[in-house]
Design a binder for this molecule. Sequence first.
Ligand code: PLP
Ligand code: COI
Length: 356
Amino acid sequence: MQIQVLPLPEEKMKAKFSDESQLGFGKLFTDRMFIAEWKAGQGWVDARIQPYAPFSLDPACLVLHYAQEIFEGLKAYKWQDGSIALFRPEMNARRFNHSADRMCMPEVPEELFLDGIRELVRLERDWIPSSPGTSLYIRPTMIAVEPILGVKPSDHYYFYVILSPVGAYYASGFNPVKIMVEDKYVRAVKGGTGEAKTGGNYASSLKAGLDAKKKGFDQVLWLDGLERRYIEEVGAMNMFFAYGNKVVTAPLDGTILNGITRNTVISIAEKLGFTVEERKISIDTIMADIKSGKISEAFGSGTAAVITPVGALCYKDETAGIGDRGVGTLTQKLYDTITGIQTGQIPDSFGWVNKL
Ligand code: PLP
Ligand code: COI
């Protein structure tokens, strides 16, 4: 589909950041956005890149009442030679359509998803920061905009992409976080929407997150919704536990997000000679293995979170420090390898890098 590029008037251009170390996560947005509309009977129409601007939405539209919404997260990196790379964007396109199917939304053709992002990033290339740990975060989103109060799939959608220059997701940067294991609230159950990247999953996690913050923790680790026994994932990342040369993570059984960084970690860990086990593991076993020292490291993986070391877990008011509460050797190696491939400092033997 042809993407129309609308002019960007000078008065719509924003001041760029002056200090990349102060970027934080998702606070600043670039000058332009991509948008396409889907209308029943017509399909995808009117793909365009236009100045970044608020939407005018009917107060009755479906996304505002019944949360018919999905999103994605990926990043663009500026290499030392000035070229630009995306990381595994076709995986985001596929997962977006998996989420769309679960939420009864139209599929976005992979070509439209990728071309829209690539063209937008190309136009906004001056917004990509380049210091270590920074990137341009890309947020593809689809919302239901039909104004009607009946509970039904919309007949009109916006698919749009916005861009945000970012630094580290956690204010602490690449430093160990403290995580509280959530045993009161649940995030997902089998048959629910846990595997979809849909806003409601995040809205329903806010209460647990706030409670954890009040107690001094950065995030919660969710347990399975049925028995509250098996570990699932953290608010914005998948979880890994290292036992010497073995790494364990929760299986993809429909309740957790099929993380792209999770998949990346598994491939790199296997290449490094680690055995990776995707299996159910109980929180009692995890706590016992942390205390006995069998678990040597723990970390989370995510696009925003990259690789985040986990220094301590708290379950039922008991806190266990992991390893020496610092950054483990494997955690550091994975962080360095992934960011090295993304920024062109390490050759990409996996075919993950997508240059613009
Ligand atoms: N789990 C949840 C709930 C997330 O929001 C994210 C972030 O996207 C992840 C895991 C990690 O997924 P990915 O590595 O694809 O970013
Ligand atoms: C991402 O890592 O891209 C995410 O979507 C996490 C987000 C909830 C900040």
